[in-house]
Design a protein around this ligand. Structure first.
Ligand code: GMZ
Ligand code: MG
Ligand code: ZN
Length: 188
């Protein structure tokens, strides 16, 4: 088994994204198949975590309490589907804060792997944006692009050798069928 941990970007991978941010639980809706796909990753023996930029907090568009409410709901949905999200890390800062956790900086991935004792070579990071791809490169782990969220918009900016999938469910199906080796290239 190639990977031990899959880290997921949130907006545009697990749930629908919005150019005006996902500011409340009422605005949050899972992408079709994403919750069951996360549960399937767990059933394949993988540890699943989330790493998400949430600058809406620093911008005063959302409270940290509302963000945590979304994450508790997400964890409950995955638990009810038979899976478990081990850790959800978020960056609440503004781009101008120059923090170490905001993607493409790799601070969130580093913290997850320090906490759970994973090496970058054991991790697959899944995202929909160029900042996710750059984050994985800086951290030194594999990356897979999904074409939901902003994925289709940024696809041409991302190295053609990077695996890409229509959505999270398609990626999980590929991991399952490949025995969790490197995902098949371009499984659209
Ligand atoms: O995809 P993840 O990391 O889970 O979350 C992204 C969101 O925090 C928001 O990130 C913003 O970028 P800025 O933070 O304004 O640069 C915009 O891209 C929004 O459309 C998006 O909803
Ligand atoms: Mg995203
Ligand atoms: Zn941060």
């Amino acid at each position: 088994m190639r990977y031990k941990c899959v880290i997921l970007d949130r907006d545009g991978v697990i749930n629908h994204d919005s150019d005006s941010y996902i500011k409340s639980l009422e605005e949050w809706s899972p992408i079709c198949g994403s919750i069951s796909a996360i549960a399937e990753l767990c059933k394949l023996g993988l540890t699943v975590c989330v790493a998400t930029n949430q600058s809406a907090v620093a911008r005063g568009l959302m409270t940290e309490e509302s963000l945590l409410r979304i994450h508790e709901h997400l964890k409950t949905l995955v638990k009810d589907a038979g899976g478990c999200i081990k850790e959800i890390h978020y960056c609440p800062h503004h781009p101008q804060d120059n923090c170490t956790c905001r993607k493409p900086n790799s601070g969130m991935l580093e913290n997850i792997c320090t906490n759970l004792h994973f090496h970058p070579s054991e991790v697959l990071f899944v995202g929909d944006n160029h900042s996710d791809y750059e984050c994985a490169k800086r951290f030194g782990c594999d990356f897979a692009l999904v074409l939901t969220g902003k994925g289709a918009r940024v696809e041409k900016l991302i190295d053609k050798n990077v695996s890409r999938f229509l959505n999270l469910q398609a990626l999980v199906t590929s991991l399952r069928d490949q025995g969790i080796k490197d995902p098949a290239l371009d499984s659209r």
